[in-house]
Design a protein around this ligand. Structure first.
Ligand SMILES: *[C@@H]1O[C@H](CO)[C@@H](O)[C@H](O)[C@H]1NC(C)=O
Ligand SMILES: *[C@@H]1O[C@H](CO)[C@@H](O)[C@H](O)[C@H]1NC(C)=O
Ligand SMILES: *[C@@H]1O[C@H](CO)[C@@H](O)[C@H](O)[C@H]1NC(C)=O
Ligand SMILES: *[C@@H]1O[C@H](CO)[C@@H](O)[C@H](O)[C@H]1NC(C)=O
Ligand SMILES: *[C@@H]1O[C@H](CO)[C@@H](O)[C@H](O)[C@H]1NC(C)=O
Ligand SMILES: *[C@@H]1O[C@H](CO)[C@@H](O)[C@H](O)[C@H]1NC(C)=O
Ligand SMILES: CC(=O)N[C@H]1CO[C@H](CO)[C@@H](O)[C@@H]1O
Length: 440
């Protein structure tokens, strides 16, 4: 409704004297935590440093239909809209208040966002569907709870590294937002099983969950979550040491739609992983650095999960050449295979080139036994390969890689040298030129 005003009625706009934000920002304005000092508002002068207000003549631009101005504003960040565009004239301020801009709110990294702001957003807009408060250290449970209570349509909640938030926030979201589909709360160590149980009780629409580095979480909360959220498609855990095979089994049994699964660094073993063979739609599996994984289990998962397209086995020494050979033969949908720091030699690469017609990405970085022969053969024999990671494969000569780059231009070869070169090339393309006058 704020956009009803016809452009024709807008004559001459006088810039606001005070820097006001469409949404009342806390004293001092919204400031980037990253420290780019020029972006903060300067309330003393009534000027915003983001744009020179004096030089904007809005009388002609305001003849554009409001829909077009809204489209233009949609390319601005929250900060640019709040601290810049909305200060230009009342008409622009109204446009900046338009509902569409406050449906999906990304406040991540804005240090001065606090509970007051969330409470104000909550009291004015009841249809927030997406909220990102990652790294907002000024937000407490109170603010999140208040927003949750007023925004029953919230679907996506992202709050990485908000260590100050507790179970209260997540429980409140579970209770008030029945449409909740995505919850990414990595690195919140105050979270416990209580919050997961609430999600299990109320959030049956949950599809995507990220709970990495929430160290207090245990199997008890995970099992409750899996039972109540049968529509889960993605689950990502990381370094949750109290999460064991019991959780993996529960998810495999209760969430048949799972497609993306990661338990990196959790206390998970082959005894849990084997249950994932029941997931027909599994497409991406991250088994990096789990506590114990044997080759038979990995091969069984590859055999049974016909839709598996990405498999990450980095950092495990039980993954050897024979295991990779079977993966290459059996993984009918496999496109990405990550083998960094596995116990493989040239034979593994040769087998991939020989038996797989689907694998596009192979990362064999830090596999110290790999030589020129493996790299050359996979490049020559594979029709599907597009990326070969050879970072720190010190037995592979850089001259060989140079030759392969020329011979097989459709494949990206990643070594320290090649990556540096690509970075330089990008820099040249973006207009950078080296200062050679003092080259040493
Ligand atoms: C929220 O959205 C619904 C439908 O999408 C709409 O009917 C309702 O008016 C909206 N409420 C507010 C406060 O904008
Ligand atoms: C915040 O989350 C939204 C989606 O929920 C995402 O589109 C956006 O990129 C995120 N911002 C950052 C900085 O991660
Ligand atoms: C697997 O995915 C297909 C297509 O996305 C879907 O129709 C099917 O129901 C899914 N199967 C399970 C067990 O979720
Ligand atoms: C693989 O995924 C497709 C959709 O992406 C689905 O239609 C098919 O049923 C899945 N395959 C199996 C074996 O479930
Ligand atoms: C799997 O690992 C075990 C123990 O390391 C080994 O005895 C066996 O031969 C391996 N199997 C394959 C297929 O590599
Ligand atoms: C190049 O580097 C030299 C020495 O560091 C410096 O004196 C000169 O101003 C630089 N030239 C340019 C164009 O940056
Ligand atoms: C991180 C890591 O190396 N994990 C395991 C890899 O596989 C061997 C053999 O099963 C285990 O002993 C490691 O703990």
């Amino acid at each position: 409704k704020v956009c009803k005003r016809k452009c024709a009625e807008v004559q001459r706009c006088t810039p606001c004297k005070q820097p006001r934000c469409a949404f009342p920002v806390p004293e001092g304005g919204v400031e980037d935590g990253g420290g780019s000092g020029d972006a903060s508002s300067n309330s003393g002068t009534g000027h915003c440093h983001l744009c020179p207000l004096d030089v904007i003549d809005t009388s002609s631009i305001n003849r554009l239909p409001s829909s077009i101005l809204l489209k233009v504003f949609s390319h601005l960040s929250v900060k640019e809209r709040c601290l810049c565009a909305s200060l230009v004239c009342k008409y622009w301020r109204d446009l900046c208040l338009d509902f569409q801009f406050w449906k999906q709110i990304d406040l991540s990294g804005l240090q001065q966002v606090n509970d007051d702001l969330l409470v104000k957003i909550a009291s004015r807009r009841q249809n927030v569907t997406e909220l990102n408060i990652s790294d907002c250290r000024g937000v407490q449970d109170h603010g999140v709870c208040s927003l949750a209570a007023h925004c029953p349509g919230l679907q996506r909640y992202t709050a990485y590294r908000c260590k100050q938030l507790s179970d209260l926030s997540l429980s409140s979201l579970a209770l008030h937002c029945p449409l909740l589909a995505k919850v990414h709360v990595g690195n919140q160590d105050k979270l416990t099983d209580d919050a997961l149980k609430k999600l299990g009780e109320h959030s049956s629409e949950l599809k995507d969950i990220h709970l990495g580095q929430c160290y207090s979480i245990t199997d008890e909360g995970m099992v409750a979550l899996s039972k109540g959220c049968p529509k889960l498609q993605r689950i990502y855990m990381q370094e949750n040491k109290l999460v064991t095979d019991k959780s993996v089994r529960a998810f495999a049994e209760h969430c048949p739609e799972l497609q993306f699964v990661g338990f990196m660094g959790c206390s998970v073993t082959s005894l849990g992983v084997i249950h994932l063979t029941g997931l027909r739609n599994l497409s991406s599996l991250d088994l990096r650095h789990i506590s114990e994984l044997n080759n038979e289990t990995v091969m069984e998962v590859v055999r049974k999960c016909r839709n598996l397209s990405s498999l990450n086995l980095c950092l495990n020494w039980s993954i050897n050449d024979r295991c990779v050979e079977i993966i290459a033969k059996e993984g009918r949908s496999l496109k990405e295979l990550y083998l960094v720091s596995c116990k493989i030699t040239d034979h593994a690469l040769i087998a991939i080139g020989q038996y797989s017609s689907t694998i596009e990405t192979v990362d064999a970085g830090w596999c110290k036994e790999i030589t020129d022969q493996g790299a050359t053969q996979i490049a020559r024999s594979s029709k599907s390969l597009r990326y070969l990671g050879l970072m720190r494969c010190d037995k592979v000569n850089e001259e060989t890689v140079e030759r392969l780059v020329v011979q097989y231009p459709h494949i990206v070869f990643s070594t320290v040298m090649q990556d540096c070169k690509r970075t330089l090339e990008r820099a040249y393309q973006m207009g950078w030129s080296p200062n050679t006058s003092n080259a040493s």
